[in-house]
Write a protein that binds this ligand. Structure first.
Ligand code: MRU
Length: 366
């Protein structure tokens, strides 16, 4: 997508280094960071300089390449996989990308591993771009079938599942970009997404950069807008989808799904098949939820009138905080799961069908 009119990816290779946009500096500054070691890459994932399930997967794949170009031994491969695998627990794309690297690299002699690791990382990144374009096409078909309640179509999204959460193109926002491209008059309600404000900072910024009409709302405003007929559909991303169709996504998603259900508003989840985790039978019981530092609640970051970065405390000194970063929306509240292979029911048969469709697609392309 574009940054000040220039096509840009969220992560890319530059010789022996990996470059990525520092998402902790957006929307106030576009800063590119460069990682030359797996340790730097892992730290960037933990600190959320790179974030979003598909992007974390690509960053992890690149992280393995950085490790292996320094030391291609079995021990170094094991330790890179372990380091990266422990960075963030909920997004399953991380483990999917690491598994791809492990499966490809383990049988190879050390001398061949660095080239192969870079090739896999590049493949993960390029596939992500193609996958998101396909999600956009399938999501566009759902958008076209909506009957807008007002003069223009209003969609609501939570967190950031746009191009910044992926290598490029986005998941939940891919259908939005496809719809705008197709000439559909739409507007996006953007949940601020406390505590880290990925909606207010990242989604609003990237929609603005692409010229998509949008309005930032407080996290608690969605239900009210749905009651008043001001939301035609909710579209969000996912960090992990269990075999029964339960969806783990940014904290607060579940409340939006409840409000959508109560108001008859379609609730769609857009994610690549790599976000489906057939090994977790029941999402509520089985998906690990990341608990982050309570300081993310206590302190809010931004810039002051003069453009200086500031962190200000919003809670009383001494009040404890609790900061679960994700929640699980039960499958019964999800109308469609939009993948690169089509839109599926959020149910065991739906998830199996998506996985089978992907396996079939891979057989025909290899
Ligand atoms: O904690 P983050 O910002 O890495 O959270 C991930 C997300 O961006 C969202 O949960 C998103 O909706 C799914 S990733 C496309």
């Amino acid at each position: 997508m574009k940054v000040e009119g220039v096509p840009t990816r969220a992560i890319w290779r530059e010789g022996p280094r990996v470059c990525f946009l520092d998402q902790t500096r957006l929307p106030h500054r576009v800063a590119v960071l460069r990682a030359d070691s797996v340790e730097v890459m892992a730290r960037a994932i933990i600190d959320m300089q790179v974030r979003g399930a598909p992007l974390i997967g690509a960053a992890a794949a690149y992280g393995v390449a950085l490790a292996i170009q320094q030391d291609a031994s079995d021990a170094a491969l094991r330790s890179a996989l372990e380091l990266l695998g422990g960075t963030r627990p909920t997004a399953v794309n991380l483990h999917w990308a690491l598994r791809r690297q492990r499966t490809r690299l383990t049988p190879l002699p050390a001398a061949e591993r660095a080239d192969a690791a870079w090739a896999i990382a590049t493949q993960v990144a390029d596939e992500d771009v193609a996958t998101n374009a396909a999600i956009g096409r399938h999501g566009l078909a759902l958008i076209r079938a909506l009957q807008p309640r007002g003069a223009r179509l209003n969609l609501l999204t939570h967190c950031n599942a746009g191009w910044l959460a992926t290598v490029d193109g986005g998941t939940a926002l891919a259908p939005v970009y496809a719809a705008v491209e197709a000439g559909i008059d739409l507007h996006v309600w953007v949940d601020e997404t406390r505590p880290r404000n990925q909606g207010a900072a990242l989604t609003a910024w990237e929609l603005g950069q692409q010229g998509v009409p949008h309005t930032v709302i407080a996290d608690n405003a969605g239900g009210h807008l749905m009651q008043r007929g001001e939301v035609d559909a909710v579209i969000v991303g996912a960090d992990r989808i269990a075999a029964n169709g339960d969806v783990a996504n940014k904290i607060g998603t579940y409340l939006k799904a409840l409000a959508a259900h109560d108001n008859g508003v379609p609730f769609w989840v857009a994610a690549p098949v790599s976000t489906l985790d057939a090994a977790v039978a029941d999402g509520i019981a089985g998906i690990p939820i990341e608990n982050r530092d309570a300081d993310e609640l206590h302190w809010v970051a931004g810039v002051d009138h003069s453009g200086q970065r500031r962190r200000v405390r919003v809670t009383p000194e001494g009040s404890p905080g609790h900061n679960p970063a994700f929640d699980v929306t039960p499958a019964r509240l999800v109308d469609r799961i939009v993948t690169e292979c089509g839109a599926f029911e959020a149910s065991r048969p739906g998830i199996s069908a998506a996985i089978l469709a992907k396996a079939g697609e891979m057989r025909t392309t290899t």
